[in-house]
Write a protein that binds this ligand. Structure first.
Ligand code: SF4
Ligand code: SF4
Length: 309
């Protein structure tokens, strides 16, 4: 367990990322997702991450009945008071609590994005003062956002993309992100990382990738998506210093599929922040070397053509 910076939240270093069980990826029934969350809780995990977008509030709501001490982090696309209030209300209803431990603005990019969304941050800060939120944060794939976040005193926590190879960082290398994280951390901001396996690209050497995240002094906690009991056991053991179970997970590379009925509308390409999709000859084509398998494009497709497995 670690304190998540000045937020004061006590979290496990392994955070359960629930995107992998969501309709955007494995699309598990809530009962199956809850079973995994409860198993992780029994292994000592006390921190989980979701998002308004993910559709995993039902899974979490069920899990919290048997795993009540989970610290719950969620995030949403909010830019003003109205959108923040609505997203927060959906979170309360969704998880069945009148309190959210950590609420973040999703996919922020820079100082300008943060300034443009400042009204939402101010609203969230007020909700924190009233005791409805434990801490306020931002999630980002941009080192520029991490560098800018300390200018906003209401931001207690940053959820940045960082991994050993720097895969998925949108505006520079791993070293740029590390420098920005170090400066934010020095200001007391809590850091919990996302995509330590680069969205699956680093699975072939998952031990090195996880060692980087676990041993980094910059990261208070690390969110990992997990889809099976075996994955939970292997990752929990790794966070306890035993990396021997990771080998068995190497033969499960991630894939993204675009079904034949794609109409080439291009909405998925507009949605992809990694610039991994192009429409060629009337059909979406994914450059797997750029894709971090987040599944966000799947939600943007009106024809339900895209699946991440
Ligand atoms: S959004 Fe769906 S239909 Fe449109 S180009 Fe992408 S995959 Fe094809
Ligand atoms: S192609 Fe889709 S799954 Fe891949 S990075 Fe882009 S939005 Fe995410």
């Amino acid at each position: 367990m670690r304190k998540l910076g000045r937020s004061g939240l006590m979290v496990s270093r392994l955070c359960f990322g629930t995107l992998t069980m969501s309709p955007l990826q494995r699309d598990m029934p809530p009962e199956d997702g809850a079973r995994l969350l409860i198993h992780a809780y029994e292994r000592g995990v006390r921190f989980l991450d979701t998002a308004d977008l993910y559709g995993t509030y039902p899974h979490i709501r069920l899990a919290l009945k048997e795993a009540p001490d989970y610290v719950v982090s969620t995030k949403a696309y909010c830019w003003d008071e109205e959108t923040a209030r609505a997203a927060l209300e959906r979170a309360y209803q969704g998880i069945g609590r009148d309190y959210v431990d950590l609420f973040m603005l999703h996919e922020q990019e820079s100082l300008y994005t943060l300034r443009g969304h400042e009204e939402a941050l101010i609203y969230l800060q007020k909700q924190k003062e009233r005791g409805h939120i434990g801490a306020v944060g931002v999630s980002t794939h941009f080192s520029a956002c991490v560098a800018a976040a300390p200018r906003f005193p209401m931001i207690d926590v940053i959820h940045p993309l960082i991994n050993r190879a720097g895969i998925g960082i949108q505006d520079g290398a791993r070293e740029d992100m590390e420098a920005a994280i170090r400066a934010a951390r020095d200001m007391g901001i809590g850091i919990f990382a996302m995509k330590p396996l680069g969205g699956g690209h680093l699975i072939s050497d998952n031990e090195a990738a996880l060692r980087y995240a676990i041993e980094s002094p910059l990261l208070d906690s690390v969110a990992l998506g997990m889809q099976t009991i075996e994955e939970i056991d292997a990752n929990a053991a790794a966070f306890e210093g035993d990396f021997s179970l990771l080998d068995a997970l190497k033969d499960r590379p991630r894939r993204i599929m675009v079904h034949d009925w794609c109409e080439g509308c291009g909405r998925c390409a507009e949605r992809c922040k990694q610039h991994a999709i192009q429409v060629v000859d009337g059909r979406a084509r994914v450059d797997s070397s750029k894709c971090v398998f987040c599944g966000y494009c799947a939600r943007a497709c009106p024809q339900f053509c895209i699946k991440v497995v």
